[in-house]
Design a binder for this molecule. Structure first.
Ligand SMILES: [Zn+2]
Length: 281
């Protein structure tokens, strides 16, 4: 137990080396720091980063890695970071997040749903690029990450049919970064699924190979983007009445006997202004 809590409380590694293989394309060279999420999304800039296991409330929080200007992972080559993300994809993600944030924070109206327009093939590529930037030294691989990587690197590719992209409103300033976790349950009829996740105000984004009711209810699917070009618009609707709980899916819930398996790519970032209280909700 002592070893386990010691390991949990050691600070997270967000940069392994100055030179190495890019997490996404695998090319060898100088590595650059990727902001996860990109600079320009709404919210504060100072964060303390913890392993997700530290944030359950079961252990003392331990030592954080502090970032004054947004959390970064030194894991991407210049081409993936500066040209693809910074030069092409991030702008659409930042713009989309700012639009939703302005709608949520408008003092003038409280609608039952939010209609919003986005460029889904740019937004998805930005989110996928930042998901794969998590966890230094881990090059994209496996049945879920290979299609993510192919789609990210080829701007003409259609969104792969063997993965799914979901998003939902996330009204919290805590940020969550997960690369490849598994959620399972002992309840009958609840299926296990593997997911990667980025949550930062005002939205949560998830990639998974599963599309059953456990993930589809209370979320918005972007299936419609498969017939759209790189810069085409898509109109989506967020219902405001059925928002997913803040800790889903990265924390288990008591009511369905669920458990979540996390690896080294699961972290929580708490705004520096916030008190270090247990994060599980
Ligand atoms: Zn690269």
């Amino acid at each position: 137990m002592g070893d386990y809590t010691d390991r949990l409380q050691a600070r997270i590694n967000t940069q392994r080396a100055d030179v190495g293989h890019c997490n996404i394309c695998g090319s060898f060279g100088r590595l650059t720091k990727d902001h996860v999420p990109p600079k320009g999304v709404p919210g504060p800039s100072g964060f303390d980063l913890y392993r997700i296991q530290q944030a359950t409330g079961a252990f003392p929080l331990g030592r954080a890695r502090t970032f004054q200007n947004g959390v970064t992972f030194k894991t991407l080559c210049k081409g993936c970071n500066n040209d693809r993300l910074g030069g092409t994809y991030d702008r659409a993600l930042v713009s989309f997040c700012r639009t939703v944030s302005a709608m949520l924070e408008s003092p003038l109206s409280l609608p039952s749903k939010i209609n919003v327009r986005l460029q889904p093939n740019l937004v998805c590529r930005a989110v996928i690029g930042h998901m794969l930037a998590i966890d230094p030294g881990r090059i994209a691989a496996g049945t879920m990450e290979e299609p993510m990587k192919t789609y990210f690197l080829d701007s003409h590719a259609v969104f792969p049919s063997d993965i799914h992209f979901f998003l939902w409103l996330y009204p919290s300033q805590r940020r969550v970064q997960v690369r490849g976790a598994g959620r399972t349950s002992i309840s009958r009829g609840v299926n296990p699924f593997v997911f990667s996740l980025l949550k930062f105000f005002p939205l949560a984004f998830m990639v998974t190979q599963y599309e059953g009711p456990e993930v589809a209810s209370g979320t918005v699917s972007l299936q419609g983007m498969r017939r759209l070009g790189l810069t085409s618009d898509l109109d989506i609707v967020f219902p405001l009445r059925s928002i997913r709980s803040l800790g889903w899916p990265e924390f288990p819930s008591d009511d369905d006997g669920s458990a979540v398996l996390h690896g080294s790519g699961s972290t929580v970032a708490i705004p520096k202004a916030a008190k270090a209280t247990p994060l599980r909700k």
